[in-house]
Structures are given as C-alpha cells and as structure tokens.
Ligand binder design. Structure first.
Ligand code: NAD
Ligand code: LMR
Length: 338
C-alpha cells in the first residue's frame, strides 16, 4: 500500500534534487512561530517569494495544518512543517535565513516590555537551536520586546561561540512602513515614493523617525512633526487598541517582515546597494545596539550607517530614546548572564 505522506516527502526531495542540479538560485528559510498571527501570512508571502527554494514552518502548535494549506500554493518553494521542540533541530538544519515571530503579543494597556517574562525564554530556546544547527544563518528577530530580545539572542550566540553581529537583525521595518504611510498621507504622495529613516529601537520613545531626512526632500510644520512622530511611535498601540484584546499587528507586520527578509536575501545573493533600517550591534551611539540604516550583503549587515544630520527636535528625541534603550538592552543581557 502506498503511504501518501512518504510519497509527498519523496516528491519534495525529487524537486529539491532537481533544483540543486540545475543550480537554480534559492535560499532556505525557516519561520519559527509559523502558525501564529504573523507567522501564517508571513509563511504565505514567503512561499510567493521566488528567492526562496525551501521553506520550513516551525511552531509548538498547529504547524501541520498551516503547512498542508500553504504547500498547495503553486509557487516554487518546497514547504515542510515541524511541530514541537523535538523537531526544532530538523527545522533549522541547513537554513540560510531564520525569521522569528514566536511569542505572545500585547493586549490593550500593556507595554512591549510586559511581554519580556514569556518571550525572553522562548527566544533563548530558539536561538540555542540556531547556534547548534545553523550558526551561519541570518536571523531576523521579530518577537517583542525587540530592544531586549536582540541582546538576549546575542548573548546566547556568544555563549555558544557562534556570535556574528552582522547576522543578527532586529526587525524594525514595520516602523519604516508605518512612517512611509503616515508621511505620505500628510504630503499627499503615494507611500511607495516616500522613504523615512526610523532609528533607535522598537518601542515607544525609542522609535525615532528622522523626518528631516525624508525622501523626497520636504519640510513639516512643528505641529506636523509632533503629530507624525507620535503617530509613528504609537502605531503598534493604535493596532493593539483597535484589535481590542485579540492581539497586535499581524498583517502589516507579515508584509514588513517579508519586505525585510527579501532585502536580506537579495543581499545574500550579492545584489548591490541594499540598505534598510534594522536594530543591530552598533557603534553609531555609545549603546551596544541601535537601529539605523544598514547595508545588507553576503555577510548580513555589512555596514552600519551613521545617523546623519539631526535637527533640534530629533536630537532631543535621541536623548530620550537612548535612556530607555539602555535599560532595555541591559535587561536582555542580564537575563542570560545572571
Ligand atoms: P501569536 O500569539 O498570534 O503567534 C505567536 C506564535 O508563536 C504562536 O503560534 C505560538 O504557538 C508560537 N510560539 C509560542 N512559543 C513558541 C516556541 N517556544 N517556539 C515556537 N513557536 C512558539 O502572536 P503574533 O501576533 O504572531 O506576534 C508574535 C510576536 O511578534 C509578539 O511578541 C509580538 O509582540 C511581536 N511583534 C513584533 C513586531 C515588530 O515590529 N518587531 C510587530 C508585531 C508583533
Ligand atoms: C508593533 O509595533 O505593531 C508591534 O511591536 C506589536 C506591538 O505590541 O505593538
């Protein structure tokens, strides 16, 4: 009697073999937390990305269903599902890029830091798996609080002796996506024509849009600057409140995560001129981690750009951002070193 599961697996392997022989371009990508609110649309969008040849979907619940569903899409990537801690190592082995949206989201009234107690342990376990099974992979960390989970991941990799600061990127792309949208609204432009650098971190006042550096060049009144800065900083809370207890941004986040992952893969492929904002190990300020524009290449975040000229409003914002960031970074580091 035929075993449909085995047949499917064999056909997957045959397709992979064909790809390998043909030398077709393609990267192996794992999503950890793939059955969640972000994970599911992220998996769908990743399956549509022609740069992805193999897509591993890992979660502690429901990944078989999500995998079966996504695997019927007639796009190139081969999809495999992995369920539970005992399958984490198989999910990670051989991966070029690991995207992590695993962890609990906020409810109204909570800060991202309120998620620390649960998500810190989840990120630690997943990063231990990465250090063991795919230490050279690029890591895109989405789980909140990003300002602390990135330092946690760095400490885990240091402990394992695998830390490459260029390959660990906290995903702040949603802040840029929001900033482009809100600024375009004020300017009456198509958001696709707008580029707003957002630096600092990914929580409240640590989110620092540099409105003086918007492209195309433009100027804002003090009222517009105040409105836009606050709206961008509170964008996550706006969604948390609208969802009224059912979670935080998932669809715009999946869009932002795939936009960012695609840029990382283009960098890995060797494309020139790939520059995006991300929260990375940095010497741009006195803090060990900071979000700013980075150049993405074969080695990950190959260059971290300076902030460029700031106006008085932004300089004041930077001081506030650094104060909160310092504490969040320290909290993450102590979680592993304690
Ligand atoms: P969700 O609860 O809908 O999904 C989280 C998924 O993680 C679930 O499927 C859950 O089973 C899984 N999970 C839990 N523990 C796990 C483990 N040990 N290993 C693997 N998977 C595990 O939440 P969501 O809305 O998808 O949000 C996920 C995280 O992303 C939250 O921490 C949220 O705050 C964060 N987030 C970050 C940004 C950003 O801009 N960086 C934006 C939105 C959300
Ligand atoms: C966001 O910015 O939407 C995420 O960080 C989720 C949240 O808790 O706001």
């Amino acid at each position: 009697p035929t075993n449909p599961q085995m047949e499917r697996e064999q056909s997957v392997l045959r397709r992979e073999g064909c790809r390998a022989k043909g030398g077709a371009p393609g990267f192996k990508v794992a999503i950890l937390g793939a059955a969640g609110g972000i994970g599911q649309p992220l998996a769908m969008l990743m399956k549509m990305n022609p740069l992805v040849s193999v897509l591993h979907l890992y979660d502690v619940v429901n990944s078989p269903g999500v995998t079966a569903d996504i695997s019927h899409m007639d796009t190139g990537a081969v999809v495999r599902g992995f369920l539970g801690q005992q399958q984490l190592e198989s999910a990670l082995t051989g991966m070029d890029l690991v995207v992590i949206p695993a962890g609990v989201p906020r409810k109204p009234g909570m800060t991202r830091d309120d998620l620390f107690n649960i998500n810190a342990g989840i990120v630690k376990t997943l990063c231990e798996g990465i250090a063991k099974c795919c230490p050279n992979a690029i890591v895109n960390l989405i789980s909140n609080p990003v300002n602390s989970t990135v330092p946690i991941a760095a400490e885990v990799f240091k402990k394992a002796g695998t830390y490459d600061p260029k390959k660990l990127l906290g995903v702040t792309m949603l802040d840029v996506v929001r900033a482009n949208t809100f600024v375009a609204e004020v300017l009456g432009l198509d958001p696709r024509e707008v580029d707003v650098p957002v630096v600092g971190g990914h929580a409240g006042v640590t989110i620092l849009p540099l409105l003086s550096q918007v492209k195309p060049p433009c100027s804002f009144t003090p009222e517009e600057t105040e409105y836009l800065t606050k709206r961008i900083q509170d964008g996550g809370t706006e969604v948390v409140q609208a969802k009224a207890g059912t979670g935080s941004a998932t669809l715009s986040m999946a869009y932002a995560a795939v936009k960012f992952a695609d840029r990382c893969l283009r960098g890995l492929r060797g494309d020139a001129g790939i520059v995006e904002c991300a929260f990375v190990a940095s010497q741009v300020t006195e803090l060990p981690f900071f979000a700013s524009k980075v150049k993405l290449g074969r080695g990950g975040a190959e260059e971290v750009h300076q902030l460029g000229p700031l106006n008085e409003y932004e300089r004041a914002g930077l001081e506030k951002a650094k104060k909160e960031l310092e504490a969040s970074i320290q909290k993450g580091v102590s979680f592993i070193r304690k």
